[in-house]
Design a protein around this ligand. Structure first.
Ligand code: GLU
Length: 554
């Protein structure tokens, strides 16, 4: 058969050629070793943590090599697409301060020379390549209906065929003559385009994966579908055409695609394209019943990227945590470089987990506490109030009613060598600051076990007599020490430990009672600073209220 005739029959309106495409999309002018990567999501409206994870690897690999990463929208599956899916992706990344140097930038907008970056707009590229493959005898139309294909599978089952699928002797439409094809086409029968595989199942190929290392597999023998009946490319064909003409050097994607690599190698070869490097990323895992499983959209709320914003984890925390999942040595690096830009970290594919890093919310909280502890009070104020605006309007009103006060609250024990690490997420701010705001404060005078209400009342009375809001921290603390002796406590914890029988308790107990009376908390940051913020009237009021509660209970 004359392949040119067949190509013209199947693609009468396609005139664009491979050579023209090569010229239109020339190789990128990148420095030696620089990687061009891509993140190609489908606009399904749901952003899985795994998507963010892989995209972050894409961006890291590009940035750490002096290359670039672009965003491509893979919208060939119209059934899965949602209306504002593209905006959801762009906004999802923007919320993490992540952006792409090239590609789709919003709904209907894009930048870069390798446009269009949306697959549904790249039909002419796929059609041109499909036509070329037909001209070269490497692709052919298949008219088999669903029923015929399923009958074929049944027959393969019956015959006990080791390999099942559309290939070799089973590939009926391979043998159609030009006349048969022409007749079917003219009769309006629908067809898909298949690869005419030249693979040999006895030959093995080796993939040198950047993450998984060397992987051996048999050559592809399947006549896989390249174009579906509606002319839309399959993932396989679009992957070859797009990653070639968009000049991607390094394909980073989920390891569920590993099983298709032999098809991809065959396709790149058939098209005459240079194979990119591959890095297959293992899924993010979760510990469950002593084992490990994939993070599940159905079972784990944290599988949705939106979860982190709702809970109030700062984007910086999530990114730093993802870094530790990507390369576990990031943690040491972060310790040595607490304030450095994370993109300065020497990212390495080799240090990525081959079986899947374990996602752990407790660890995320630890990382986040570190991140928040290094923020300025202004940053904490804006992070917390921005979160509250959306998720806790009452807190938002309280914080923004007096920004100066809120910032002073967040300044307590912040900025020094050893900042406190109390807050892991903005949703904890309500509880963290509750005792500093009357609107959020619920008195709760729960004494330590070793102190009875009379003893506590005595401490509070003595404290009220001594309390002077204008005392500096040292004077204030000295006064508390001075209270100890007359009340039967010692200011010296060591002394108490040596002879506990001689005392009712030590200075820790005395300050505990004062702390509880003023804040209803056993643990708080610097009490002197807290009292200064509460102001003398409120301090006296609260201590008096605590006193009445203690004496009333007696
Ligand atoms: N659109 C594909 C997906 O979302 C992209 C896979 C790839 O990175 O090649 O799974």
């Amino acid at each position: 058969m004359n392949n040119d005739d067949l190509a013209s029959l199947l693609f009468p309106h396609v005139h664009l050629t491979l050579e023209e495409l090569e010229e239109k999309y020339p190789p990128r002018d990148l420095p030696e070793g620089a990687k061009a990567t891509r993140f190609p999501p489908s606009p399904t409206g749901f952003m899985h943590l795994g998507n963010l994870f892989t995209a972050f690897v894409d961006i890291l690999a590009a940035r750490s090599s002096g290359g670039l990463c672009f965003l491509r929208i893979e919208d060939t599956d119209k059934k899965r697409e949602v209306e504002d899916g593209v905006s959801a992706i762009i906004n999802g990344f923007a919320a993490f301060g992540l952006s792409f140097q090239e590609g789709v930038t919003g709904f209907g907008t894009e930048k870069g020379l390798y446009a269009p970056y949306t697959q549904s707009e790249r039909a002419e590229v796929y059609q041109a390549m499909a036509k070329r493959l037909v001209q070269n005898g490497q692709a052919y139309p298949c008219f088999c209906s669903e029923e015929e294909l399923s009958a074929m599978r049944d027959e393969q089952e019956r015959a006990g065929a080791q390999v099942k699928g559309y290939f070799g002797p089973w590939a009926k439409c391979r043998e159609l003559t030009y006349e048969e094809i022409e007749q079917k086409v003219n009769a309006g029968q629908s067809w898909v385009l298949r690869l005419r595989s030249g693979g040999d199942e006895n030959k093995r190929i080796v993939l040198d994966d950047l993450i998984k290392g060397k992987i051996e597999m048999p050559e592809n023998t399947m006549d896989v579908v390249l174009l579906k009946a509606d002319g839309i490319p399959t993932y396989h064909f679009a992957h070859a055409c797009d990653d070639h003409f968009m000049r991607v050097t390094t394909v980073i994607r989920g390891d569920e695609w590993l099983a298709s690599v032999s098809v991809h190698i065959a396709l790149f070869k058939a098209c005459g394209f240079k194979l990119p490097k591959y890095a297959h990323v293992a899924p993010v895992m979760k510990e469950d019943a002593g084992g490990k499983r994939k993070l599940s959209k159905r079972k784990d709320p944290e599988a949705a990227v939106s979860y982190f914003a709702k809970e109030g984890y700062p984007a910086e925390s999530v990114l730093d945590y993802l870094m530790t999942l990507i390369n576990s040595n990031f943690e040491d690096w972060r310790r040595a470089n607490p304030r450095a830009d994370r993109f300065e970290f020497p990212f390495s594919f080799k240090k990525m987990s081959q079986s899947g890093a374990l996602f752990d919310l407790v660890k995320l909280c630890d990382v986040s506490k570190n991140v928040i502890s290094l923020m300025t009070a202004d940053e904490v104020y804006s992070g917390a109030s921005e979160w509250a605006r959306e998720y806790d309007p009452e807190l938002y009103n309280i914080l923004t009613a007096d920004p100066g006060f809120a910032k002073a609250v967040f300044s307590i024990e912040r900025g020094g060598d050893k900042p406190r690490k109390d807050i892991a997420k903005w949703s904890e701010v309500r509880d963290y600051a509750a005792y500093l705001y009357d609107a959020l404060y619920t008195p709760n005078i729960a004494l330590p076990e070793n102190i009875n209400p009379d003893g506590a009342a005595a401490i509070l009375k003595a404290y009220l007599d001594a309390y002077d809001a204008s005392d500096d921290k040292d004077t204030w603390f000295q006064k508390i020490k001075d209270l100890c002796g007359p009340l039967g406590y010692t200011p010296n914890v060591k002394e108490y430990k040596q002879s506990p029988e001689k005392f009712k308790g030590h200075i820790g107990d005395v300050s505990s009672v004062i702390r509880i009376a003023a804040t209803s908390r056993r643990n708080t940051p610097d009490l002197h600073a807290i009292m200064a913020l509460l102001g003398k009237d409120r301090v006296r009021e609260r201590i008096n209220a605590a006193l009445s509660c203690l004496t009333a209970n007696n």
